[in-house]
Write a protein that binds this ligand. Structure first.
Ligand SMILES: *[C@@H]1O[C@H](CO)[C@@H](O)[C@H](O)[C@H]1NC(C)=O
Ligand SMILES: *[C@@H]1O[C@H](CO)[C@@H](O)[C@H](O)[C@H]1NC(C)=O
Length: 434
């Protein structure tokens, strides 16, 4: 009888613990430290959100000519400068249990050849591993998130009968399908070796090794699941930028859908990426889905229907936002400020409101748009908000995945400018995951 009760009790505790094992991996792109004005995000600005995070990834380091892992801004990061590495790992004192990883790679350099050549020489791999290890050890990080910069697939054309203009685009561009990397078989084997050697060098200290699959990288080409899966703690899927105004200038569409909208490329959505990894043998508990805190915006000259339903023809990225200072990209608080409100509802032109269209289907995420006037000021923005991000977290929970990654904290509403609540996207995913 007592044994029975004890067993039941243990089961209950185990269930609770299992629920709490879900990871919330919070990325901090330290380029945000260098932005000017309202877009500047310091480590102290993150603190209102950190109690929601199980891990922080401080990104992103790169590699130098000797293939050593290096900061892109040594005077910001290292101890002889502004000591941001130290500041990041010191967070562990105030947030016990928080793990802080160093993020290497990312979706930043745009020079995949440099990264592939790292793989090709065993001396380069050793230089990479030793330098990563040294930084982790010196600065008291807990491990490495490897977002290796593999070549991206070429944008595919939408196979659609929806709009005839897609056909004309297709003809102009010609058939896709040339291999992105003729030596991908070799590179896959070398990447397997790199992961194995990294894990070996980390084992003694118990450092974490996670990997991130960057947007638009075909992981089948580079990730040998049976040979590598035991060597990484989890794998982050950057589940966004399936469609961007830079890659798909003319094709306006959802940037980070959970499921494929009808008549679209069936691979360009979060669910496909997750299912594909599971089918290839990655345990679901090792899969973490990356949720963006930013939106992607296209300029619209005409072609927009009154409802704004995609896909339709666009004209490249929107101009830089005030905060994010990148074409075709808006942080969540920037988008929030553009949506129709009491201040902007009567404005016209470039300050006119963006009309929000929610997504009751919970499959594609919301979008917002502003119709062009004489071919000017038209915009269409696909984005994530606390609701849609929460839906993705609920999906992760429903599929028993390892958790979610918030990519990244600097584009969430860290000031609470939108509704007064700070880090609303982060909080929403955490709430839906537990
Ligand atoms: C799990 O998380 C919930 C909510 O954060 C908390 O109330 C509970 O005490 C945690 N349980 C364990 C076993 O840590
Ligand atoms: C990814 O690579 C696999 C293996 O070569 C191939 O079968 C698949 O079609 C590729 N997917 C894309 C989207 O290029």
């Amino acid at each position: 009888m007592w044994i029975k009760i004890a067993v039941v009790f243990c089961l209950v505790i185990n269930t609770i613990e299992a629920d709490n094992n879900s990871k919330v991996v919070c990325y901090y792109d330290s380029r945000a430290y260098l932005r000017e004005g309202l877009g500047k995000v310091q480590i102290s600005d993150l603190e209102a959100g950190l109690s929601q995070c199980t891990h922080v990834v401080y990104g992103f380091l790169s590699i130098n000519d000797q293939k050593r892992v290096v900061s892109l801004d040594p005077t910001r990061d290292y101890d002889h400068g502004k000591r941001l590495f130290r500041e990041a790992t010191t967070l562990k004192v105030r947030y016990p249990g928080l793990k802080v990883l160093l993020g290497v790679g990312g979706d930043i350099s745009g020079e995949p050849d440099k990264w592939l050549s790292l793989l090709e020489q065993s001396t380069s791999r050793i230089a990479f591993i030793n330098s990563a290890y040294d930084l982790i050890k010196t600065y008291n990080f807990d491990g490495l998130d490897l977002a290796f910069e593999f070549p991206k697939i070429k944008p595919k054309k939408i196979q659609s009968s929806i709009g005839s203009f897609f056909y004309s685009i297709k003809k102009a561009v010609g058939a896709a399908g040339k291999p992105v990397d003729p030596k991908s078989d070799e590179h896959r084997e070398e990447f397997t070796a790199l992961v194995r050697e990294l894990k070996n060098s980390f084992r003694h200290d118990g450092y974490i090794l996670s990997i991130t699959i960057n947007p638009n990288v075909n992981s089948s080409l580079y990730l040998d699941v049976p040979q590598t899966v035991a060597n990484f703690d989890w794998i982050n899927i950057a589940g966004f930028d399936f469609q961007t105004p830079q890659r798909n200038k003319k094709e306006v569409d959802y940037a980070a859908p959970l499921y494929a909208p009808s008549e679209r490329n069936p691979e360009l959505n979060v669910d496909y990426q997750v299912t594909n990894l599971i089918n290839r043998g990655v345990p679901s508990s090792k899969i973490v889905i990356g949720i963006p805190t930013f939106g992607r915006g296209w300029t619209i000259e005409d072609g927009l229907t009154a409802t704004g339903v995609p896909p339709f023809e666009g004209n490249g990225p929107t101009p830089e936002g005030m905060q994010s200072k990148q074409e075709g990209l808006f942080s969540y608080p920037e988008i929030c400020a553009k949506l129709t409100n009491d201040q902007n509802k009567n404005l016209k032109g470039e300050n006119g409101p963006i009309r929000k269209v929610g997504d009751p289907s919970k499959r594609f995420g919301p979008y917002g748009y502003r119709l062009p006037v004489d071919g000017k000021f038209g915009q269409w923005i696909s984005y994530e908000d606390p609701d849609s991000a929460g839906n993705k977290a609920a999906y992760a929970k429903g599929k028993n995945l390892g958790g979610v990654a918030v990519m990244d904290l600097s584009y969430d509403d860290f000031r609470g400018a939108c509704t007064g609540d700070r880090f609303p996207i982060l909080k929403s995913v955490k709430y839906r995951l537990i």
